[in-house]
Structure formats: C-alpha cells, structure tokens
Ligand binder design. Structure first.
Ligand SMILES: Cc1cc2nc3c(=O)[nH]c(=O)nc-3n(C[C@H](O)[C@H](O)[C@H](O)COP(=O)(O)OP(=O)(O)OC[C@H]3O[C@@H](n4cnc5c(N)ncnc54)[C@H](O)[C@@H]3O)c2cc1C
Length: 439
C-alpha cells in the first residue's frame, strides 16, 4: 500500500517539476526588465500551460514502462484533468498579458501580422475545441474514431504554434541554447504522437495475426480467436488488454481496446469477447475466419495477483466478465487451490456469458459463483436485482483482508462496490478495477 502511495507521490512530484521546469530555464541570460509582476505572471502561465500540453503526448502515448501499475483508466483521468488545467492556463496567458498592457492586443490583430494572428487565434480555438469535445463528446454525438484523430491533430497544432510563438517572441528564449532545449522538448513530445500513430503501426505490421475462429456467445456476444502468423504470439498477464485492429492494415482508424478473455497460459491462442456496442463491435459476428488482425499490447495494471493468502473475490457485470474469465481460466490451468468467489451480475439468465464454462471451472477450482439477475426467471431462488450493499453483506467471504478484489462492469456497480469495500476497511492496493468506459 505504502509503495503505491509513494510511487504515486513521486510521479506526481516529478510531473510538477517537469511542468515548472521551463520557468527555471527562462531565468538565466538576458530577460526583459521593468515589466511588472502581472506581465511576467502572464508569461509564466503560457510556459507552464505549454509544458503541460507537451506532457500529454507522453501520458497518452501507451508507453508500457511509463507510470507502470497505474492503469490506463487512471492515466486517462489524469490526462483529462491536466488537459483542462492546461487549457485554462493557455487561455489565461493572453488575458493576463493584455489586461496588464493593451498594447499586446496587436498579437491578435491581422492588420499587424496576418499569419501570427491567424496562428494564435487558431491555436486558441484548437485548445478550447480539444477540451470541450473531450468533456462532452457523447453529448455532441461525435463518432469516437474521428474524435480521436481530430483530438491528436488539434493538440499537435496547439503545441506547434505554442513552440513557434515562444521562440518568436523571444523575451526569455533569445539565447540559442534555450531555443534548442525548447525545440528538443516540445518537438520530442510531438514526435511521441508521430511514434504512437505512425511508427507503432509500422512495427505492428511485422507481427500479423489472423482470426482463426468466431464463436457466438450469449447476449449477442462474440468471441474472436486470434492466432499469430509466424511469430511467438503475445505473452500477457491474466486481466490485461490489447488494442485490436482487424483487416489487412494496422493503420485503420478502428483500433479498440479489449481485455484478453483467454488464459495467459496460451499466448498463441488469444481470445477476445465483445458485446455489440457500436460500429466496430457490431461487425464481429460477421467476421470470417482468416481475417487479418493486429494487436498492440499487452497493457493494463488490472492483473491477477498470486500473493493473496486466501484467494480472490471477483465482481463482474455483463461483458465486464472478460478479464476475470481470463484470470479464472489461468487459475484453472495453473491448478490454483485457493478459494475464489465470483459475483456475476446480468440482466437475465439467458444472457449470462460463459455460463456453462463457469460451471466447468467450478469443477476445476475452489470457485463459488454467485449469479445476480436483474430479471430472474420465475423459479429463481438466487440473488435478484443488482450487486448492492445487501448482496455483498450477505455473501462476501471473510476475513475480508485475506482476499484480493477484482471489479469490472458498469460504472454505477463499480463505484458502489469500490466504496463498499473501502468502507469495510479493505486496503486500497488489494482492490483492483478495470473500467471499460474510460472515454
Ligand atoms: C481496457 C478496456 C478493455 C475493454 N475490454 C472489453 C471487452 O473485453 N469486451 C467488450 O465488449 N468491450 C471492452 N471494452 C470496451 C470496448 O473497447 C468498446 O466497447 C469498443 O471500443 C466500442 O467500439 P465500437 O466502435 O463498437 O463502438 P463505438 O460506437 O465506437 O463506441 C462506443 C463507446 O465505446 C467507447 N470506445 C470506443 N472506442 C474506444 C476506444 N478506442 N477506446 C476506449 N473506448 C472506446 C466509447 O466510450 C464509445 O462511446 C474495453 C475497453 C477498455 C478501455
């Protein structure tokens, strides 16, 4: 527990140092004089805002060794929160400067310098658009794939214009070495985006996969069995996920994250199970065996831990069972002898994905499965409704502190279960969650 808090605090401190570092860089050498506190404060806001925007490329670049163990959902939450702060800083930068000295309005005046005013106005619009469309993408009904491309493109433009603007104004960046550092850092950040979007797919092209089987599941779900073509496949930990592209090119806009549902013991026979949610997942049931696939991964900190004294408590809702299925299949193959319990919430009995296989797994493992049905059949004598406080109260195995907890399902269920476990004094590092709804 302490290790996680320590690691989070250290990374947080490093982040603050990095985003404030441009201020330290600006101090040596010639600096303008007699401009007053508010003017320099306005300039500082711009430098810090630009540094925060540049850091976003690292945070979202899917670098496995970066912030390891924090989980993509946490990183994306951080990305969103710091994105909003960066936007506010970038917008406050001209406001404070112009409020201090209206002479600086000329930066936005096309009659003085058309290209400069166009670039600055465009970047201002872009930074607002990046944040607003991220916060309210679903409200604006933006197609996810197009939003993602536009998001990266606009962010690139904002950082590029910010860098050029900093160097052109040159009040604090007049020296060649300062400009060199600015270009190296901001340019490096932009290269990360190029790496994520173009270089990584080129590398993926060397490691093709193909769909070898398409299995119909309950509740309209589909499992794709994906195998490597002439390479050793993907070694992952049970609970992790990969980004999947289907077809002949890894450059497709349709690249989506899916948890492995297969056992981690079988890196050459990977399985992913999805329920139709939109244009990508709806095509799964019609995919022909032989279709090409590209997998980027594995990613994720939602992984099976082997050091819990008594065993595991899994809480799954609907298709959120997929990473947990991978854990159970892996536990069975490794002949784990500890006690495990699965709370599994579904709408109705017919829609319980992997129902039959869970029964088989109960023969192989010390596994209790507690189905919770929203609309149970007439003769149902199990739990009804949702996984709520009462269901947990009645069924959670004890002592609580000797189990590790894994939660994946709809947001309201996850929020409730996480809170309930924490309220029972279960320590945070033993509670692991995977959120599918992260953007
Ligand atoms: C770590 C992780 C693991 C997942 N594992 C599974 C799984 O095992 N089975 C399963 O059915 N679903 C899983 N999902 C959800 C799955 O990625 C989305 O349902 C899928 O991307 C929807 O794409 P679509 O084109 O069919 O629908 P769309 O209409 O494009 O999207 C529906 C919603 O899904 C989300 N979404 C779409 N694309 C992405 C993306 N590239 N990244 C993140 N979210 C996206 C958005 O919130 C969007 O509004 C997982 C998501 C994450 C983040």
């Amino acid at each position: 527990m302490q290790y996680s808090y320590l690691k989070a605090s250290l990374l947080g401190a490093l982040y603050v140092v990095l985003v404030l570092s441009p201020l330290a860089l600006m101090l040596p050498g010639p600096t303008p004089t007699g401009r007053g506190f508010w003017m320099e404060f306005g300039v500082a806001l711009g430098f810090v805002g630009l540094a925060m925007l540049a850091m976003q490329f690292l945070i979202t670049g899917r670098y496995r060794n970066f912030a390891m163990g924090f989980g993509s959902d946490n990183l994306l939450q951080f990305h969103l929160a710091t994105g909003v702060v960066a936007m506010l800083l970038v917008l406050a930068h001209p406001v404070v400067i112009i409020a201090t000295d209206t002479h600086y309005l000329e930066f936005l005046d096309p009659r003085v310098n058309f290209m400069r005013s166009l670039a600055l106005a465009g970047a201002t619009f872009a930074v607002i658009a990046v944040v607003v469309t991220s916060l309210w993408r679903k409200k604006f009904r933006l197609v996810y794939e197009w939003w993602r491309v536009t998001h990266g493109g606009l962010a690139f433009i904002v950082v590029f214009v910010g860098l050029v603007h900093t160097i052109q104004v040159s009040h604090f960046t007049g020296l060649w070495w300062k400009q060199g550092i600015m270009i190296a850092v901001a340019g490096g950040a932009m290269l990360l985006l190029v790496h994520t979007r173009f270089i990584k797919p080129m590398i993926l092209k060397k490691y093709p996969y193909k769909v070898t089987d398409v299995i119909e599941e309950r509740a309209g779900g589909t499992t794709l069995v994906i195998e490597p073509v002439d390479h050793r496949g993907m070694h992952f930990e049970a609970g992790q996920f990969a980004w999947i592209t289907l077809g002949d090119s890894p450059f497709s806009l349709q690249q989506h994250p899916f948890s492995f549902s297969s056992s981690a013991e079988k890196p050459k026979r990977l399985q992913f199970t999805a329920k139709p949610a939109g244009d990508f997942t709806e095509t799964w049931r019609d995919i022909e065996p032989g279709t090409g696939a590209y997998l980027e991964g594995p990613y994720g900190a939602f992984t099976q831990r082997w050091d819990s004294p008594k065993g595991s408590v899994f809480v799954a809702g609907g298709v959120g069972v997929t990473p947990i299925m991978s854990m159970l299949r892996t536990l069975a193959q490794r002949k784990d002898s500890r006690h495990h319990m699965l709370f599994y919430a579904n709408k109705n009995w017919e829609g319980v994905i992997f129902r039959e296989e869970l029964e088989e797994l109960q023969e192989m493992l010390d596994l209790e499965v507690l189905h919770v049905l929203e609309e149970p059949p007439d003769d149902w004598d199990g739990e009804e409704g949702f996984v709520d406080l009462d269901v947990l109260e009645r069924n959670l195995p004890k002592p609580y502190g000797e189990y590790f907890y894994y939660i994946c399902g709809p947001k309201p269920m996850m929020d409730m279960v996480e809170k309930e476990l924490v309220d029972r004094g279960i320590s945070l590092p033993t509670i692991m969650s995977e959120r599918f709804e992260i953007v």
